[in-house]
Ligand binder design. Structure first.
Ligand code: ATP
Length: 600
């Protein structure tokens, strides 16, 4: 949790500073934020800077080896294959036989290629390793953020969309990190080196070859803008597709049960086609760049070939020297091409960086105060004092709501559907902050307590008993991180999990599948109750624990609740139910009515 200094209000409040799809930046805004991809990856990249610098150094060494590569060929041509009459040209000072020079040139070529290859391998391993570590750290940071963001934020953000940002968008950022490390510095060095060599070697030919550079620069700038806009659209549509797919997969039972496979396919198809359209457009924009750049570069080479060829014919240049100039020109174009491709990678990463930053920068959280203290142990009770709350502005769910629960009592909230019973439990857990009024635990405002200790005071059985894709035992132990195997089994016995766990293939060690899919609704509820039973929390919050169960299963669950909350292990209980049988085991029933206030 982020701790805030004592400024403004004594309590911390939700700070909605998140952007949504609607106010996502337009392409032009993305253009202004070119270094965003690197800025976003920056904090995670900091520990990897030595590795990235080492990789950059290796690539610069590679550039040196690449610059030496044309010389063995030139030596072979000028000294062994077509020696000039004057004895000038490449290798003019060598007094060796042509065959010896050929062998020397061949060995040098192989050695240079081997050195280039080895440096390639070393730099790639270093940079890819560093990039993966940056990615893992970035994903962990984003995940941590999403776990601590306010539920209001989660209510708006689709989980599939989040997964897409955590995976694909982070991947795009890593592409940028790799490209900058392996391309920017080495390409710049290469460019400067080749330029210097060309100018020193033959200034006239160098100038002719460089005439295409301004044309290329203008084309690159225009193209980069188009690519960024196209990539931003593509990433937005991909996120929507991921969101829709997750939603449909999560509800596959409903889709099949209602016979709405066609409808689901139509929803998926619409999103899928939208992704296809924008991706094709992005590919088109991207692909158009390659021939454009190649044609401009080829024109430069052709000009040098014509002018340089004429110099060879007049004898002012050797064939070997012309080959060196042409090779250097190719080497000159390769960093130019590399730098323009880098801008394409950065354009793609820029679009993803906006989406990653929306997750990282979002402050919308229920925060701990800077001086938050451990929650009291619940010795006297909890109190809702004039509490008002709504999920959305202008739509209050609770209005000046009062409720007192004494430690040790079992209280039950009754009331029509949608009145705000579950909301009351969510506010007590401080999943949301109240808009007005306060909730006290032993007289201390929840907002003055640190959230970790506060949540330790409650064992929560939600209406939809969400189970992990783990074993029965692991699911029960989720209720208490210090739970022993014996404690888990005892809780299972209390919540009557034993009855069905014994019949599972591996007993308590049977995996339950995603969301506990291998259990019935009643069995899932009993596992959720066992979670509360294993928890040492002094107060139990039960949200419709018998909802949609047949009378026999409901009776079993009620029996389990009784065992859990009475006797020596008696705990304070607040339960929400429509079930009169369950309400009957309560010491007190509180009815909520439509004047939005609780009646004690
Ligand atoms: N995440 C949310 N975002 C917006 N509105 C919500 C959200 N959760 C609940 N609501 C609204 O708040 C109101 C109270 O919901 P709540 O779940 O507390 O009702 P309840 O009394 O527990 O209902 P039920 O008995 O049907 O479970 C409802 O009108 C509901 O539409």
């Amino acid at each position: 949790m982020v701790r805030q200094p004592p400024e403004g209000s004594p309590t911390t409040v939700l700070v909605p500073r998140c952007t949504t799809e609607a106010d996502q930046p337009t392409a032009s805004v993305v253009v202004m934020k070119l270094p965003l991809s690197l800025a976003v990856a920056g904090p995670a990249a900091r520990p990897e800077l030595p590795a990235l610098a080492a990789a950059s150094g290796l690539v610069v060494l590679r550039v040196g080896a690449v610059l030496l590569r044309p010389w063995p060929l030139a030596l072979a041509v000028d000294h062994a294959l077509r020696p000039t009459a004057s004895g000038s040209g490449v290798g003019s000072g060598i007094w060796a036989s042509p065959v010896a020079v050929l062998v020397l040139a061949a060995v040098a070529s192989v050695l240079l290629s081997a050195v280039v290859g080895l440096l390639d391998m070393a730099s790639l391993r270093t940079v890819e390793g560093a990039a993966e570590r940056i990615g893992a750290s970035l994903r962990a940071d984003m995940f941590q953020r999403t776990m601590t963001r306010s539920l209001r934020w989660h209510d708006r953000m689709r989980s599939g969309e989040l997964v897409s940002r955590l995976t694909t968008d982070v991947g795009r950022l890593l592409d940028a990190v790799v490209a900058v490390t392996t391309s920017f510095l080495p390409d710049a060095v290469m460019l400067a080196g080749v330029l210097a060599l060309l100018v020193a070697f033959d200034p006239q030919l160098a100038l002719i070859g460089l005439t295409v550079a301004p044309v290329l620069a203008v084309l690159a700038v225009r193209q980069r803008r188009r690519i960024r806009a196209a990539q931003h659209a593509a990433r937005t549509e991909s996120g929507r597709l991921a969101g829709a797919t997750t939603d449909l997969l999560r509800n596959v039972r409903a889709v099949q049960a209602f016979g709405r496979i066609d409808r689901a396919a139509a929803i998926f198809g619409t999103r899928n086609r939208a992704v296809l359209d924008v991706e094709l457009r992005a590919i088109d924009v991207d692909a158009r760049w390659t021939p454009m750049a190649d044609i401009v570069l080829a024109i430069g080479t052709a000009l040098v070939l014509v002018v340089g060829g004429r110099h060879v014919l007049t004898g002012s240049l050797s064939v070997g020297e012309l080959l060196v100039v042409l090779a250097y020109l190719r080497d000159l174009y390769s960093p130019v091409r590399g730098l323009t491709r880098l801008s394409v990678v950065l354009a793609k990463a820029g679009a993803s960086a906006v989406r990653v930053r929306e997750v990282l920068d979002c402050d919308e959280a229920v925060e701990d105060r800077y001086d938050a203290r451990p929650a009291p142990r619940l010795r006297s009770g909890v109190r809702f004092e004039q509490v008002s709350f709504g999920y959305e502005p202008g739509r209050p769910v609770l209005d000046h709501f009062d409720l007192d629960i004494t430690a040790g009592e079992t209280a039950c909230l009754l009331g029509p559907s949608g009145i705000g019973k579950s909301t009351t439990l969510h506010l007590l857990l401080r999943l949301y902050d109240v808009d007005a009024g306060r909730i006290l635990i032993d007289g201390v405002d929840l907002r003055d307590c640190d959230q970790r200790s506060l949540r330790d005071r409650f064992a929560f059985v939600p209406q939809d008993p969400w189970l992990l894709d783990a074993t029965v035992a692991e699911n029960i132990a989720f209720g208490n991180q210090n739970a022993t195997r014996a404690g888990v089994v005892a809780a299972g016995r209390t919540a009557l999990v034993d009855e069905f766990a014994d019949r599972l293939p591996f007993g308590y060690d049977t995996p339950l599948g995603e969301g506990g899919v291998r259990l019935s609704g009643g069995q899932r509820r009993r596992v959720a109750l066992a979670r509360a039973a294993v928890s040492p929390a002094p107060m139990v919050l039960l949200d419709e624990p018998t909802a949609s169960l047949d009378p026999v299963s409901a009776g079993t669950v009620i029996q389990a609740i009784r065992a859990m909350t009475t006797g020596p292990s008696r705990r304070t209980v607040l339960m929400v139910t429509h079930d009169r049988d369950l309400a009957a085991i309560a010491d007190r029933v509180v009815t909520l009515d439509h004047d939005l206030a609780g009646r004690r």
